[in-house]
Design a protein around this ligand. Structure first.
Ligand code: PPS
Length: 284
């Protein structure tokens, strides 16, 4: 947790925020445009997946080998001098952007009529916790994490890992799921029926797809399809290191959770969803 900085109530990894005040000012001063599309999530919930789908919807199903962060830049990376992604401020419209910001912290239009769009993707937090642990480990000890799984998951439950408490994040967005400019998706639904979800995303973006294009994008955005363009999802300069695409399955947590840990997670994380109507802990 000492490797994070706190901005707008969220813990963000320090390795890409050399100056927290600068990022704070960037986010709070962000001028949204009506045609901005934010792909939003709690980390390791399927952001890259939705970024690729949205990008292909805007580019007629083209497969582009450019890095995903060059095509759909990351808001929280915007003030990192080491970052090579395009400058978000001067990016031509329509801007497709990635962020892990909470509903509270995300840039919004001053006037509701000129609001941009937000696509939120949620995932079973047990799988998200395993995914982020593996990813952080693969970053190496200088920027990543050098702790056993049991310790990491304890921090996750306490809301001390990146982007803070999972339940606050997801429920904050869930409350706005009926807003006309918010689309709330679930990773597990995309796994079950990708084609329908590609259509739902396209319709939300006012870009309804002809059948052949919807089929093509759904095919190209399966885990297998995206692995054919894997260089897009490897971190620049660290091509043999951390991967945004790791295993891509539902229920991987079962290999990592002891019954005791599962019980604690149910009590301290899943229980917070009670009464909200949001269900994520289901089997495929
Ligand atoms: S990040 O770093 O927060 O932006 O990561 P994010 O992209 O949100 O999440 C990474 C996990 O999403 C999986 N993924 C996919 N699963 C299924 N199908 C497709 N096409 C796909 N693309 C990405 C990726 O493998 C990570 O999950 P794990 O469980 O680690 O495999």
């Amino acid at each position: 947790s000492d490797k994070t900085v706190e901005i707008l109530g969220l813990r963000i990894p320090a390795y890409f925020v050399p100056d927290p005040q600068l990022l704070h000012d960037f986010i709070t001063g962000f001028q949204t445009r009506r045609d901005d599309v934010f792909v939003v999530s709690y980390p390791k919930s399927g952001t890259t997946w939705v970024q690729e789908i949205v990008w292909q919807i805007y580019h007629n199903g083209e497969i582009n080998s450019g890095k995903i962060e060059d095509r759909v830049p990351f808001v929280e990376e915007a003030t990192n001098p080491k970052s090579t992604q395009p400058d978000i401020k001067t990016l031509p419209s329509p801007r497709l952007l990635k962020t892990h910001l909470s509903y509270e912290a995300i840039p919004k239009a001053k006037n509701k009529d000129t609001s941009c769009k937000y696509i939120y993707i949620a995932r079973n937090p047990k799988d998200a916790a395993v995914s982020s642990y593996k990813f952080m480990k693969s970053l190496g000890s200088s920027t990543g994490l050098n702790a056993p799984w049991e310790y990491y998951v304890k921090l996750f439950i306490e809301g001390k890992t990146m982007w803070s408490q999972w339940s606050n994040h997801v429920l904050g967005w869930w409350e706005h799921r009926h807003d006309p400019n918010v689309l709330f998706l679930k990773y597990e639904d995309l796994q079950k029926d990708l084609l329908s979800n590609v259509r739902i995303i396209a319709d939300f973006l006012n870009k309804p797809l002809p059948d052949d294009l919807a089929n093509l994008i759904a095919e190209q955005c399966t885990f297998k399809g995206m692995m054919k363009n894997v260089q897009s999802y490897l971190l620049r300069g660290k091509e043999d290191g951390p991967k945004l695409l790791q295993k891509g399955v539902v229920g991987n947590w079962k290999e990592h959770f002891t019954p005791e840990l599962n019980e604690r997670f149910e009590k301290e994380v899943m229980a917070k969803l009670k009464g909200s109507g949001l269900e994520l802990d289901f089997e495929l």
